[in-house]
Every structure is written in structure tokens, then in C-alpha cells.
Write a new protein. Sequence first.
Length: 79
Amino acid sequence: MTGWYVGFAIGIAVVLVVVALVVPILVLAHRIGKQAPAIDAALQDAERNTRPLADLATTVEHADVITAGLRRGRGRLGG
């Protein structure tokens, strides 16, 4: 019977170790799940607020054209 007791004790110890490792992971996953909607909303706000930056290259191109025209005009006027 001693073998059964030792095996039973080892089995309980293994289960307790697994539970001790899995419970913190599940708690953390639950916390992340509760925060996910707020994170998603913040990311959507950030995307909406930075969307105009996509047109920045076009703005820079137009500014280059304008400044090149100003340089040509200044050169023609002798300045």
C-alpha cells in the first residue's frame, strides 16, 4: 500500500504545481480581456487622429512646387 500512497502524493503534488502555474495565467488573461475594449477604443482614436498624416507627403510635394516657383520668380526678378 505504501506505493499507492507515494503515487497519490506525487499526483497531488503535480496537480498543485500545475494549478499554481495556470491560475496566474488565467487571472492575467481575464484582466487583459477586461481592458481590451478600452485599449481598442484608444487605438481607434489614435488611428483617427493620425489619419491626416497619410496626406503629409502630398502636402510636402505641393510645398516643394510652390517654393520652386517662388525661387524661379525671385531669380527672374534678379533677387
